[in-house]
Design a binder for this molecule. Structure first.
Ligand code: BTX
Length: 328
């Protein structure tokens, strides 16, 4: 370990401020060198406070993501056992696709502190403020056939909701097909991209954006009214590395179960997480607008909408709650 890493480790494990003098004695380096290493850590994005006459304190909640911060929490078999942590990139989906050209690993994680061109579905953009959220792409290779893939977005949404509920006291709702909501506002979204031949899946790139430690003003003007973060609803900030490790675990467990048993065992739990079921909705697909009541979800993950023409299974599209009751 370099002296800089030793300083970081000492601050991480400390329960009280550590003085420059203590660090200098412990590491047998000069006070000036201690100060230089602290400056360099600050430049890397660590939030270290110097408290007068007491010493340095590391704000663990604002730590940049790194293998060192993540690994102690990781309980998975393969998920995130290969990973790439970036300070900035255009989109982790794009990085994942480039990585896949010459590599292959089920559970590869690409996570970035910031995305300059974060993507949503249908070429919409995803606001990815530096250091505030979890902007990640998982390369997974589930043992399923291409036509069995669509519910994977719903399975992933449940896994993420469960991970958040394990780490915080928050209750997360799922809006079909890919939104995570708290109190009706969007806290996260999933973008699932499939690389496949008609016979077999080569890889699924599961893009997940989760707003973690944002304050309302951290969001772009255009999404201020619709977006929220975990921290806005939680008393204490959330340690991203711990949450990321929990997401890795819940995703791995859920996708392994999905490979063996399909969507059936997730259906009831999914319905419990979706306040939309039983409500009047308007669904916009690429072809048409459908109005009706969301009555459930089938074993393929399609949303069932009861309309005047009968129950229609919806395989893709955007669904919003209707403002008024319909006449049927
Ligand atoms: P979506 O198409 O359902 O949602 C996109 C819409 O959500 C935008 O048009 C905007 O209105 C709103 N929005 C944009 N940014 C945010 C935000 N930070 N919080 C809340 N609402 C927002 C959802 O698509 C799928 C998003 C996946 C994002 C991940 S991040 C890692 C990976 N890399 C990448 O480029 N995309 C995925």
């Amino acid at each position: 370990m370099t002296p800089k890493q030793q300083i970081l480790e000492t601050l991480r494990n400390a329960s009280a401020p550590i003085s420059g003098e203590q660090l200098s004695t412990q590491l047998s380096i000069s006070r000036t060198m201690v100060w230089k290493h602290i400056q360099s850590l600050l430049d890397e994005g660590y939030d270290i406070e110097a408290i007068r006459k007491k010493g340095y304190v590391l704000n663990k909640l604002q730590e940049p993501l790194s293998e060192n911060t993540l690994t102690p929490y990781l309980e998975t078999e393969t998920y995130a056992r290969q990973l790439m942590i970036l300070e900035s990139c255009s989109s982790t989906q794009k990085v994942a696709k480039e990585w896949l050209v010459t590599n292959s690993f089920d559970g590869m994680l690409i996570v970035s502190e910031e995305q300059t061109e974060g993507k949503g579905r249908l070429n919409r953009s995803w606001n990815s403020t530096k250091g505030k959220g979890l902007w990640m792409s998982w390369v997974i290779k589930p043992a399923i056939l291409p036509h069995e893939a669509p519910p994977i977005t719903l399975v992933a949404a449940l896994a993420i909701a469960h991970a958040i509920e394990q780490i915080t006291t928050l209750q997360v709702d799922i809006k079909w097909p890919n939104d995570l909501l708290i109190d009706g506002k969007k806290v996260g979204g999933i973008l699932t991209e499939l690389q496949s031949t008609p016979e077999q899946i080569e890889a699924i790139i599961l893009g997940i954006g989760l707003n973690v430690n944002h304050q309302q003003e951290d969001f772009e003007e255009s999404i201020q009214k619709i977006a929220t973060s975990l921290a806005i609803h939680h008393e204490t900030p959330i340690y991203r590395s711990q949450l990321l490790a929990e997401i890795a675990l819940q995703l791995e467990v859920a996708i392994r179960q999905f490979e063996k048993e399909g969507f059936a065992p997730f259906r009831e739990r999914w319905i419990r997480h979706s306040p939309m079921i039983g409500q009047h909705v308007t669904a916009q697909t690429v072809r048409e607008t459908i109005q009706g009541v969301a009555v459930g979800i089938n074993e393929y993950g399609a949303l069932l909408v009861e309309t005047s023409q009968g129950v229609i299974p919806l395989f893709s599209g955007d669904v919003t709650l209707s403002k008024r009751k319909l006449d049927f």
